[in-house]
Write a protein that binds this ligand. Structure first.
Ligand code: FES
Length: 352
């Protein structure tokens, strides 16, 4: 039986379950989560869609933040959430059960799921370019049908040819590139996708692709200065979002802090310089761990070069993408500098 969200009144709570209000960025939907069901299962039964991908608690895509009430995830498991995030009420909704009437905040509009539905399709490799020692740019061409669209900041997953394995990557291109998507992919010494890209990939190859997934993206309800902090190929979603900011009606200062471990790992510096030329208000800080005398490049990491001035405007929002250790350090530093937790948005890149 399908349960309409409007059939449930605030305060509903019974032995069979608890009322959960899903506060999307654009609308609130109420559902009942029966005992034994996860929030994701109950939401889908009620016709309320939630961002999700793996459904088994590993991808971190289905995250929501408990405002009031209680959602419990099984103990003794490792989840892709930091302990401070769990402490702040963040929960994976595919793993959460309602223990009380609960309000959950979601940082994406419900309309996003209608505007950018998940599709499964086959794309063609249209370009392969080694950008740095450890980074490849993959460009794919989409078929005319099914129609694919995404919110800048989201990701897709590809099946690695000849295997049953899938890997996820954020779009580095924006929405304007007609049927072409670009990805910047880090080459790992033993990665299955890395081996394919290094040894077998060729223009014209067909790849199975699914997406878009994820809810990372610009918070359109919080206009103000934008601080982007990217580690390595975490630059990809920032480039995609920058394209949106280039054409935004309201212009605010944008600061992009981009860091890599070594000079040899840096990539897209020309691209970034070009963006600086045609994006009003864009300021860029490039940083590497190793000492360098190259002009315009700092020594340190994307977190160590942050200053109080970067978050001085209380309307500022931060967007972080990179490896878990960088995200942890950036979250901590930004909060020490006075940025409220709800203005920090992050996407974690995990090597596979
Ligand atoms: Fe992947 Fe919930 S859908 S963690």
């Amino acid at each position: 039986m399908s349960l309409s969200p409007t059939e449930i009144r605030p305060g509903t709570s019974a032995g069979t379950g608890h009322c959960v209000r899903l506060n999307y960025a654009d609308v609130t939907k109420e559902i009942v989560v029966p005992t034994g069901s996860t929030v994701l299962e109950a939401a889908e039964t009620a016709g309320a869609r939630l961002v999700n991908q793996c459904r088994i608690g590993t991808c971190g895509t289905c995250v929501g933040r408990v405002r009031t009430g209680e959602l419990a995830m099984a103990e003794g498991r490792v989840y892709p959430l930091r302990s401070d995030e769990i402490g702040e009420g963040m929960r994976l909704l595919c793993q959460s059960h309602a223990l009380a009437e609960t309000d959950v905040d979601l940082d994406y509009p419900a309309a996003m799921l209608d505007d950018h539905p998940v599709v499964a399709t086959t794309v063609k490799v249209a370009g392969l370019d080694r950008l740095a020692d450890t980074v490849v740019e993959l460009v794919v061409r989409l078929p005319k049908s099914p129609r694919f669209s995404f919110r800048p900041g989201q990701y897709v997953r590809f099946r690695i040819p000849g295997t049953a394995e899938w890997r996820s990557y954020s779009m580095a291109s924006g929405q304007r590139h007609n049927r072409r998507l670009a990805f910047t992919i880090r080459l790992l010494p033993d990665g299955a996708m890395s081996d394919y890209l290094r040894n077998r990939a060729a223009v014209g190859d067909e790849l199975e692709m699914e997406g878009p997934f994820g809810s990372f993206g610009l918070d359109e309800d919080s206009p103000g200065p934008v601080l982007m902090i990217a580690g390595g190929t975490g630059l990809a979603p920032m480039l995609s979002m920058l394209e949106t900011l280039q054409t935004a009606r309201e212009r605010h200062p944008i600061r992009l802090v981009f860091g890599c471990a070594r000079m040899a790992d840096l990539f897209h510096l020309d691209e970034i310089e070009a963006r600086r030329g045609f994006t009003t208000g864009l300021d860029v800080r490039v940083v590497v761990d190793e000492p360098t005398d190259r002009s315009g490049i700092l020594t340190g990491n994307p977190v160590s070069v942050l200053t109080p001035e970067d978050v001085a405007d209380p309307r500022s929002s931060a967007y972080l993408c990179g490896p878990p250790a960088m995200l942890d350090a950036a979250h901590e530093r930004l909060q020490v500098l006075g940025m409220p937790r709800d203005r920090i948005h992050s996407e974690q890149f995990l090597p596979s």
